[in-house]
Design a protein around this ligand. Structure first.
Ligand SMILES: Nc1ncnc2c1ncn2[C@@H]1O[C@H](COP(=O)(O)OP(=O)(O)O)[C@@H](O)[C@H]1O
Ligand SMILES: [Mg+2]
Length: 356
């Protein structure tokens, strides 16, 4: 919900080149609507957002192409993840919803569009998430060391890439990444996020509150697991503040939310991949210097690097992933890893929306 990430890639079976990457703003009014969208959003609102985002995503693609010298007939497909507004994999009727009508994108760009990546995995009994691990496996795995890819987006997720090719790739959402810190600072200071983590550094971690946060069942659950703002939201923060029962400054709460991300990520690594030698970080949280430094402190025996050093800008990893998954879809190749999502079998991900 912070921005639209658009990337133009040149993909073949064994190689990917990033030709251009651009972030496009989401108009503030739409951003507010998206942030307020909750599982009880009515169907008029959700269908309007679906259409509005479709138009906006199409504009982003057309703008990106204007600044490149790649002709339209060279573009195989658009992979559009869409904006997640609901993700409930553990309910009686598991469901997940990403908005941004692919019919509109295909019509406005005249490019075949692949979208709705998550639901085939969910229909096969999986969480529908995380889906980045197959790409991480293809792009970042090495036989030289045990690596993890850590994506610090709104939520945080890890992909475990064992050096030993005989071991399966695993991974999960570890819990909140930046989302709760964003919500908290938006509420108190009316800015989008805590630039470099400066505001959090003004506060002190409150261990009582941290324990309340950590008592959430999500952190105890074993993978496969995935999460989103249906689980972690402003009500979740307020509920924990209430049960903690002490008055804290907003800065102390921010510091504690930052600590929560550090601890839950580091605990998950310790639990599921204790032999990790290197953590490759991507996602916007990499710019939160306070967060990055604390993660470094918690993982002293491991290298912490940006995905940039292996050729993918940390902001672009997710967009590149869905370009690559669209390529897989067009090639009729599967896109999930059952040992990650919990699906009963590998499936081809995404619907294809052709142009006329
Ligand atoms: N300079 C910065 N300082 C602190 N946090 C930042 C900075 N730049 C980006 N972020 C964080 O990164 C988030 C965006 O990360 P992103 O990977 O795009 O998440 P998502 O995949 O959920 O869209 C912002 O909401 C913000 O919390
Ligand atoms: Mg983003």
């Amino acid at each position: 919900m912070d921005a639209i990430d658009a990337v133009l890639t040149d993909i073949s079976d064994d190689k990917i080149d990033i030709l251009s990457y651009q972030q496009f703003p989401i108009p503030p009014e739409l951003q507010t609507q998206l942030r307020n969208a909750s599982s009880d959003m009515n169907i008029h609102e959700s269908s309007k957002l679906d259409s509005e985002l479709g138009e906006l995503f199409a504009l982003a693609v057309n703008d990106l192409l204007k600044t490149s010298d790649v002709p339209l007939n060279k573009i195989l497909a658009i992979g559009c993840h869409g904006q997640t507004v609901l993700h409930l994999p553990e309910t009686e009727f598991p469901r997940t919803l990403q908005l941004g009508d692919p019919n509109i994108i295909a019509a406005r760009t005249k490019i075949t569009t692949v979208s709705d990546f998550r639901r085939a995995d969910m229909a096969a009994g999986g969480q529908g998430a995380p889906l980045a691990p197959l790409f991480h496996d293809w792009k970042f795995r090495t036989s030289e060391k045990n690596r993890i890819v850590l994506n610090l987006g709104g939520m945080a997720n890890i992909t475990v890439l064992p050096a030993n090719k005989d071991e399966v790739v695993t991974g999960c959402d570890t819990g909140p990444g930046n989302a709760l810190m964003d919500l908290w600072i938006q509420h108190h200071l009316h800015v989008d996020y805590d630039e470099n983590g400066i505001w959090a550094l003004k506060g002190e971690v409150d261990h009582g509150l941290l324990d309340c946060f950590l008592s959430d069942d999500y952190f105890k659950a074993t993978p496969p697991k995935s999460t989103g703002k249906d689980d972690f939201n402003i009500e979740w923060i307020n509920k924990n503040l209430k049960s903690h029962g002490q008055d804290l400054s907003p800065e102390d709460v921010q510091a504690t939310l930052l600590e929560l991300t550090v601890i839950t990520v580091s605990d998950a690594i310790e639990k599921y991949a204790p032999n990790t030698n290197e953590i490759l970080v991507c996602g916007g949280g990499i710019y939160n210097i306070a967060l990055f430094n604390k993660l470094k402190d918690q993982n002293k025996n491991r290298e912490l690097n940006s995905t940039e050093i292996y050729g993918v800008h940390p902001d672009a990893v997710e967009a590149v992933t869905f370009a690559w998954l669209a390529y897989r879809r067009i090639e009729n190749k599967t896109g999930n890893i059952p040992s990650v999502t919990g699906a009963k079998y590998p499936v081809i991900l995404g619907g294809v929306y052709a142009t006329s």
